[in-house]
Design a protein around this ligand. Structure first.
Ligand code: GLN
Length: 551
């Protein structure tokens, strides 16, 4: 909603008069991985910092209904929202930049669009008609884009189109954009992100790929309004003039997007290039307000000038693709800034850890984090990692499967329940300290059926977690089918592992702590989904703090 206090009077009057949501589409050309998510989040940040209420939406062209069933090697981490949507990792960037929660409506896939159209067809909503990509699929896409504007009452909706222009699967999305540009006129613009590669042999930046990619968009009927050019070198005036002339955009709408030291630099770089100003001008919105980025700059300043360093080991089975743990690594950056420290992450493959080499892997680490996951691959390395952290008094944070491994390790090596395991890995296991949740037992479908999204948790006063949060009542996001088996709770508590966080309604154990240890916390929920630049997550802040104390 409009924040009247921070808006320039001219902005208020125009917004009240127009009373309509503005739409910005972000497309990508030439190649994937140009950073559309970061550009979208940075633009949103600048508009938000001017007082416009802004949200970002990601349209993904794949046929999965959501990315929950994708292996992280395919597409990186699956980000989970409060309302339990399994979504693209870019939504994590949107939340970290804007500090505003996203929801299911912020991520749409081709699978979801088709599913919805086919369900409507079965209900007879198109009775008598041939159901087609145009208009039925494109209408569904347009509705879902506008729904976010109407329901959220946002001033500006930024919609990022996944994939690269020219891909067969993106065509319906680009057609939906073309139609919306035509129907909404001044309320709708397209920012196209392209590559201006440097040819070392020629010693030159080349604009041809950008020209071709704009031509491809034009063939689909879309004239981009703004071009964001990813480049490793300065885009000088001549190059900007050339791109403007051959791509039909104004000179000031050719934006240089240089490689940055950190993603958190990008909003500042985009402000220097006046991306937000150009976008507002094209949307016929006033530009007189000045983005207030004081807190953001303060964060950057502390990020770049740490007073201390701390080494954290991140143990997981997908460490070859760091995007698989994006929210965790970003949470560690935020927590480092809160502690005025640089967090050096050592990525350790759980399949490579065993009892013999553990000390070689963990030598010099001040804190150890065992990552979430599914299935048996790498599990024994994770359990061995927990043992090392526990026995050597190294601050430990276990997340979801990481917490479950901590429970299994404690059962086996402290309580003496040698056969303890999770029924996820050993079905019919004799000592199931981690077991399937009863309401999951009869579920066979894999998509969207886990315990997902935000649930309340009651913390034990005086525990490490309650000290970290500074409160005893929290809400955190989940993504799991298995849980701590409460049949064993008394035995664990009598032996020094306490359940210090539980679901107030069901008693499900959400947090375990080891008493005689400097800082040993396992969380069934995923704190990493809620850490933002403006609000670093308290559990990560406390973990990094404990690791600093351990140096
Ligand atoms: N595989 C475990 C479960 O389903 C843990 C899930 C996770 O780490 N996200 O309970």
């Amino acid at each position: 909603m409009l924040k009247l206090v921070t808006l320039h009077p001219e902005v208020i009057s125009v917004l009240i008069m127009s009373n309509s949501t503005k739409y910005v589409f972000v497309t990508g050309g030439v190649t994937s991985s140009l950073g559309k998510g970061i550009i979208s989040a940075s633009l949103a940040k600048l508009l938000q910092a001017r007082g416009y209420s802004t949200t970002i939406q990601k349209l993904d062209p794949y046929i999965n209904v959501d990315p929950g069933t994708l292996n992280p090697y395919e597409h990186g981490e699956c980000f989970v929202t409060d309302d339990g949507a399994e979504t693209d990792l870019d939504l994590g960037h949107y939340e970290r930049f804007l500090n505003v929660p996203t929801s299911q409506a912020n991520n749409i896939t081709t699978g979801r669009v088709y599913q919805s159209v086919i369900e409507k067809e079965r209900r007879g909503e198109f009775l008598g008609k041939t159901v087609q990509v145009i208009p039925h699929i494109t209408n569904e896409i347009k509705e879902r884009i506008q729904l976010l504007g109407k329901n959220g009452n946002y001033d500006i909706v930024i919609t990022e189109i996944g994939g690269t222009v020219g891909d067969i699967e993106s065509l319906p999305y680009v057609e939906a954009v073309r139609q919306m540009k035509w129907e909404f006129d001044d309320d709708c613009i397209v920012v196209h992100l392209t590559l201006v590669p440097y040819l070392a042999a020629a010693g030159e930046l080349k604009t041809k790929p950008t020209q071709h990619s704009v031509k491809q968009l034009l063939e689909l009927g879309v004239q981009p309004d703004v071009l964001c050019c990813r480049t490793e070198h300065e885009l000088d005036l001549n190059l900007r003039r050339k791109i403007a002339k051959f791509c039909n955009v104004n000179m000031n709408a050719v934006i240089e997007s240089r490689d940055a030291e950190t993603i958190y630099d990008v909003p500042i770089l985009m402000q220097v290039e006046e991306l937000d100003k150009v976008v507002l001008e094209k949307l016929n919105l006033p530009t007189k307000s000045v983005p207030n980025l004081d807190n953001w700059k303060e964060f950057l300043n502390r990020l770049k000038n740490p007073e201390n360093q701390v080494n954290i080991g991140l143990i997981g089975k997908y460490v070859e693709l760091k995007d698989s743990y994006k929210s965790i690594s970003e949470s560690l950056i935020h927590a480092g800034v809160s502690n005025n420290s640089k967090v050096n992450v050592k990525w350790i493959h759980s399949e490579k850890v065993n009892a013999e080499n553990a000390s070689a892997h963990f030598e010099g680490l001040d804190g150890i984090l065992v990552a979430p996951g599914f299935g048996s691959r790498g599990i024994s390395g994770k359990i061995e990692t927990v043992r090392y952290a526990r026995e050597n008094n190294i601050p430990f944070l276990g997340i979801c499967l990481g917490m479950q491994c901590a429970v299994i390790e404690y059962a086996r090596n402290v309580i003496g329940l040698n056969e303890a395991h999770t029924t996820e890995i050993v079905e019919g296991c004799k000592v199931p300290v981690i077991d399937i949740m009863s309401d999951q037992e009869d579920i066979s479908d894999k998509g969207g059926t886990m315990r997902l999204g935000a649930y309340k948790c009651q913390l034990t006063p005086g525990s490490k977690v309650s000290k970290a949060y500074g409160t005893d009542k929290i809400s955190e996001r989940h993504r799991h089918r298995y849980e701590f088996n409460n049949d064993y709770l008394e035995e664990f508590e009598n032996n020094g592992m306490k359940a210090t966080g539980r679901n107030p309604e069901t008693g499900l154990v959400e947090v375990v702590e080891v008493e005689n240890h400097p800082w040993f916390v396992g969380a069934q929920f995923h704190p990493e989904y809620k850490s933002t630049v403006a609000a670093p997550h308290p559990l990560f802040v406390a973990f990094v703090h404990a690791a600093l104390n351990n140096k």
